[in-house]
Design a protein around this ligand. Sequence first.
Ligand code: P1T
Length: 421
Amino acid sequence: MVTDHAPIETPPRAPSPVHGFGTLAVHVGSDHDPTTGAVIAPISLSTTFAQSAVGQPIGAFEYARSSNPNRENLEKCIASLEKAKYALAFSSGSATTAIILQSLAAGSHVVSVSDVYGGTHRYFTQVASAHGVRVTFTPSIEVDIEELIMPETKLIWIETPSNPTLSLVDIRAVANIAHRSGIMVVVDNTFLSPYIQNPLEHGADLCVHSVTKYINGHSDVIMGATAFNSDALYERLKFLQNAIGAVPSAFDCWLAHRGVKTLHLRARQASQNASMVAHALEESIHVIAVNYPGSNSHKQRKIAIKQHRDGLGGGMLSFRIKGGKPAAERFCQATQIFTLAESLGGVESLVEVPASMTHMGIPKEQREAAGVFDDLVRLSCGVEDGVDLVADIRQALEKVVVATKVTNGLANGNGHPMSNV
Ligand code: P1T
């Protein structure tokens, strides 16, 4: 297009660490377009970029698997929010996990917390071994890390809070021990988002996200990312990003970048809602136990206070319902605002039964050792009105109790409904 206008001079908009989270979320990687002044970046669909001479691209880009303007903008933004030097985006959270594991040499050993996302467990137990990486799981990593470390141990994998029991790990305590032996610590920060926790500030070497969840926040993108400070890691992971090619599309990067601009608002609201729901569940006679790191009843509340922004608990919680697996399943069908579905971290509230859904692939014995019983219900609180979510939970609990009474009455064959809840 021929234009009379000279490129618009954009004032320096360099993000600075002195800016707060919301300012960084809105502005980093979001420079005005230098030729049109567009406030929002266009979606760069081109797969390839012209070169003026062989090996001399006109701009900063060559081929879109290697890098793309939208991906670069999003990566810059995620890096700033995780207080990291670098971030790299991948086609899913699972691809991010796979690439970090593949960056290890054959023969390497990994120590992981037992309570991890079912897909992470599946990769560790069924895929990593194929390229010579062995994983040992532990339910109490702060206690037994020293005895689990071997000469071949190269990585410690932590999920804090864990999916789905919301157990916490003291990142600093583990990192101090790991670093003495030159071992890297990875923290999957998906459940809290960078708004509530920045693992690198607590000593982690890499922070991992399923961007699919809070960072994108609108349940319409599958993506993953990792953030870190090491130049050597950047070289290695950037190489693997291109060599393996598990990269997100430009459109998805654009969507996730739009989504992350409101992360601070969504995370605060989701956390406030989860806290209200956790309180209501704790008061209910139909509930055995509630796992919510924002509650004073959480057994590791002190870690939450140390590691989470303002001690916030985040938008995720889980609870054991009285009446076993049937009650858990009925509860998920009885909610009217919470949708029965896998995933989490979107603006809409979701409910699921991990033992039968997201964590079904983990053998029952191992699952239960990590606290994932058949009666465990997981909630992802969205950004709806908290009072409506509480009312929805209460009515669903009541419905389950009535259904349980009727079922038990019939099962007894005595015509007199009996409650075991
Ligand atoms: O779905 P994907 O973007 O590949 O992310 C995988 C992943 C990694 N880490 C954690 C802590 C996760 O929760 C997930 C995905 N979890 C779900 C789909 C779920 O419903 O728990």
